[in-house]
Design a protein around this ligand. Sequence first.
Ligand code: PEP
Ligand code: MG
Length: 642
Amino acid sequence: MPDRPSKPSPISVPPPASSSERMMPSVPPSSFELPPDAITLKGIAGSPGVAVGPALVLGDLRASFVRRHVHTAQIPQEMERIRIAVDAAKRSLREVSDRMPAAMRDASPILEAYQLMLEDPALHDLVDKKVKGEKKCAEWAVSEASEEIVGMFGATDGTERDTYILERRHDIEFVCDRLLRSLVGSDAPHTVRLDEPMIVVARDLSPADTASMVREPALAFVTCVGTRTSHTSIMARALEIPAVVGVGNALESIRTGDLLVVDGLTGTVTVHPTERNVNDAKQRSEQHLAFARRLLSARHKPCVTADGVSVALKANVELPAEAILAVDHGAQGIGLYRTEFLYIDRTTQPGEDEQYEVYRAIVEAVSPQPVTLRTFDIGGDKFASTFQMPSEMNPALGLRAVRLALRQPEVFLTQLRAMVRASAHGDVRIMIPMVASVHEMREVKRLVAQAVEQVKARGCAFEEHIPLGMMIEVPAAAIMADVFAREAEFFSIGTNDLVQYSLAIDRGSQSLAALASPFDPSILRLIKFVCEAGEKFKRPVSLCGAMASDPLAACLLVGLGLRDLSMEAAAIPEIKEAIRRLTVAECEAVAAQALTCDSADAVEEVLAREIAPRVIDLLAGLADDASVTLTRSSIPPDVSER
Ligand code: PEP
Ligand code: MG
């Protein structure tokens, strides 16, 4: 539900004197119900796959309380709760009105009208009947009263009265929502409780919300904000749940229970799909699954280019359970374990033993392959409530990752000790996120040495030499890669942040998502420079940004010199297939052309011309489908993000 009137046209609000009438329909109820029209919403393809199912709108209060009957003795108490909630809702509307800037004062009559609607006898009669007569709890009574009044308006039928009906419905829903908010408390966090398989729709999903879907699997999810590199998309891909993000109008257009088709291949969501839409979606879903199965069956083939050069493909994991998934998809180790997920969605910080057990389980699951444990990258869009964080204007440019770790050395040391102990069980590497200065790496080295001493003093087992590397995701680190080669034993290029910081585009901004391209020539030059520095100073270089999971980008990266890529496990079979189809010389020729381009679009044209025809089936994500004739460059920018 919107938390402000979605259509606040003063003209649409009848005079306060007739407020009781306005709760009643001024248009006779429809005697027949037309099926609602299918609407297609456009977003960004966050995670591939196609799903059909009912929506569960988080933040939709109607779906978030328990419908319970009350005893006769409790009825006065429920009535009192409603009275208090009405007062609170009116107060909050009054506060909004008082705080309104002068320029928006024209809208204050609407808020006054809403306050009057909260007292409307038609609404109260209905609510009273439900509590006193049907013994329903306050929330249930308000929610049902709202639905019944809205229902009296009948269905929209494509005529000019639609606008009027929609506005009245919005008014009623808004007012009842305000009342429900007062009853249940508007600050209730998202609790994803899926009693049946549903498509989760929300304004945004925090990493904690998404992680909870491991326990309560969703069919798909749709968010109003987000881009392909935002954490909701990364998590969805890791969980292999189709997702469409950046659907700005999702909450206005979708209600809990609406049937949806979510197409994570094209970045579209169809609300109230027709039978034909549903059949098409089911067919596309089958084709996508067939495609994924076919690729998966080849997972144990080596990842070598057509001329036999090996490229290591590793997995990015956020949750320990994904380590098994990584092995199943043929990963040659874990190239990035985002340990910050251990700190999220809890009230206390994870202790050393708890962390050690998690790291050890991951290391043992993939042994003898290596595991790169990245120290916590908290801050920016990854917020953990157990850290005392200052409120900053630009969290992405603030106290994040290694900066936070160095400010909280005890917390950092706890994590480092757990990592050092895990090294006794396999090939562990430690990686530091968001390093921007050599001073930071030197401080980190000092703390790692301290952690080793502490573990040694306790007599715990550990590996004497644990490689210590760093992410290259801040332009300063990329430009100084030759200098950092003295401080770090390996580099991993994080293009998600490198793009954000180099192009000065928030990685969560969907309005600029199409411009935040890893194909921007500036990014390709930085990658090339880091690869050259790595080669010169004998420092292994890998790349673990979302770019690595795009078949065209992966071939380009091989051409730029990378021989080690890390991505969500589900993408590994597809990327392996793409790499197996081209020779290094072909990739290098494409990279050479790309480096001379003056824009990301020009680079995409080169890729569409030179590589796309060879991997066209992989780009569509479908087996045996006519849509494979699409070329990447013919797909609109936000859709081509997949
Ligand atoms: C990156 O920035 O590319 C990266 C892999 O790190 P994260 O997405 O966790 O910020
Ligand atoms: Mg990063």
